[in-house]
Design a protein around this ligand. Structure first.
Ligand code: URA
Ligand code: CA
Length: 445
């Protein structure tokens, strides 16, 4: 086989065989195929696309390129959840204990955050004593005993994807649906998932700006799941504002606790219930969505989800008393309000800008080895649709030793992240549609 022939075949609209795709991925990973040839191939894929079969073969070739986590020692169907491009993933903090309390084993390996996207691992580490390092055996034992474990990703998962993603980033080939879909799915499959629930964000703050593109991405990932025997459901949700009202590590843990008590922000709880219900269905803990949803409501109302969160924290060495006394979590020394610059109604809140502002206060890493301030972050006081008057507090900054100039820049950024309109915006759905192996369901709630 010659790489140049495979590039030409794709350039001319041909369909590559599984062997040809494996040849390209293995050769690229080992260094036998140079960046310039892989770039040309990625660009050919960008213009010509891939069939569902090719996309599934590419996914599996990348999944096989490094470590493959074996979770067969855990009883039950391991359902993983992934969110494409959200800011502040408080969802995982709520979902993990919620679905574990309903019987779905949660065995999650998660990453640290970089830039404006917070990592679940960093959030958990803000809980005093919480340890994210566990051996493989301890990890599996904990899931079997407690129902949930979340540890820091180690080892070498999908090196082919890492290398190809970095190349796509500098060759204008990121925005290709088969390349994105295979990238996301390869990581989930290598991490040992039997089934996958995806939260595909759409809107100004998302990777895919239009609903059509988001639907196509969702469909491509569901198709990969069907082809490779990992049932996949994709929920398309709006990203016109951050889901929760807290952005920052300990602040998000506090919001997750509030949500598990039934008192958090409504969109956050709603999306967790929708994603969690599909996790129960794929995890064979409920026969259908309605039954799953009723189970989750029961697990929340009875306090079992909250109790599971305490067990989970204790199992990883953290202080479970934080759940009843959130003031035990790190708390910033200083807080200042951000005032609304004009009068009207909130029409959108740019999640990415809020994420960057929180990072500037110390909640995230500007560089790979920056230290995080667990207590720093932003609390949003207004949401889409809320009426606001000039000078009213729209957000509150939590920080310790941010200097004056930086604080001014953060305030300005938060103010600009809020769009204020003269009239209330048209109400928009939080969830647009759900793609399953049986087709597309538009959402009507
Ligand atoms: N996220 C990924 O993991 N891969 C992509 O290709 C794009 C977004
Ligand atoms: Ca079970």
């Amino acid at each position: 086989m010659r790489t140049v022939d495979l590039i030409a075949k794709k350039r001319d609209g041909g369909e590559l065989t599984a062997e040809e795709i494996a040849y390209l991925i293995d050769g690229y990973c080992s260094g036998d195929i140079p960046d310039y040839q892989m770039s040309a191939w990625a660009m050919a894929v960008f213009f010509r696309g891939m069939t569902a079969r090719e996309t599934a073969d590419l996914t599996m070739a990348m999944a096989r390129s490094g470590d493959q986590i074996d979770l067969s020692g855990i009883e039950g169907v391991k359902v993983d959840k992934h969110s494409t491009g959200g800011v502040g993933d408080t969802v995982t903090l709520v979902l993990a204990p919620l679905v574990a309390a309903a019987g779905v084993p949660v065995a999650k390996m998660s990453g640290r955050g970089l830039g404006h996207t917070g990592g679940t691992i960093d959030k958990l580490e803000s809980i005093p004593g919480f340890c994210v390092e566990r051996t493989k055996e301890e990890f599996i034992r904990q899931v079997n005993e407690c129902g949930v474990a979340v540890i820091s990703q180690s080892g070498n998962i999908t090196p082919a994807d890492k290398k190809l993603y970095a190349l796509r980033d500098v060759t204008a080939t990121v925005n290709s649906i088969p390349l994105i879909a295979s990238s996301v799915m390869s990581k989930k499959i290598a991490s040992g998932a039997d089934a996958i629930v995806l939260d595909v964000k759409t809107g100004s703050g998302a990777f895919m700006k239009s609903l059509d593109e988001s639907m196509a991405l969702a469909q491509a990932m569901v198709d990969i799941g069907s082809q490779v025997g990992r049932e996949t459901v994709a929920v398309i949700s709006s990203m016109e504002e951050p889901l929760g009202s807290a952005i920052g590590n300990a602040l998000e843990v506090k919001e997750a606790i509030k949500t598990l008590k039934g008192a958090g922000s409504k969109p956050l709880l709603e999306l967790c219930l929708a994603l969690g219900s599909y996790m129960l269905v794929l995890g064979k803990q409920a026969d259908n969505y309605e039954e799953a949803r009723a189970r989750l409501n029961d697990v929340l109302a009875s306090g079992r989800a909250l109790e599971k969160f305490k067990q989970f924290i204790a199992a990883q060495g953290g202080d479970p008393a934080c759940v009843d006394e959130p003031e035990r979590l790190p708390c910033a020394r200083r807080r200042i309000p951000v005032e609304c610059p004009s009068e009207g109604f909130v029409s959108s809140v740019d999640a990415e800008q809020i994420g960057i502002a929180a990072m500037m206060l110390g909640a995230g890493r500007e560089m790979k080895d920056s230290r995080i301030d667990w207590s720093a972050g932003i609390e949003l006081r207004k949401r889409i649709g809320d009426p606001v008057s000039m000078g009213e507090t729209i957000a509150e900054l939590h920080f310790n030793d941010t200097d004056r100039d930086r604080l001014d820049a953060v305030r300005q950024r938060v103010r600009s992240a809020f769009s204020i309109a003269g009239a209330p915006p048209e109400p928009r759905p939080l969830i647009y549609a759900v793609v399953t192996k049986d087709g597309v369901k538009t959402w009507t709630e």
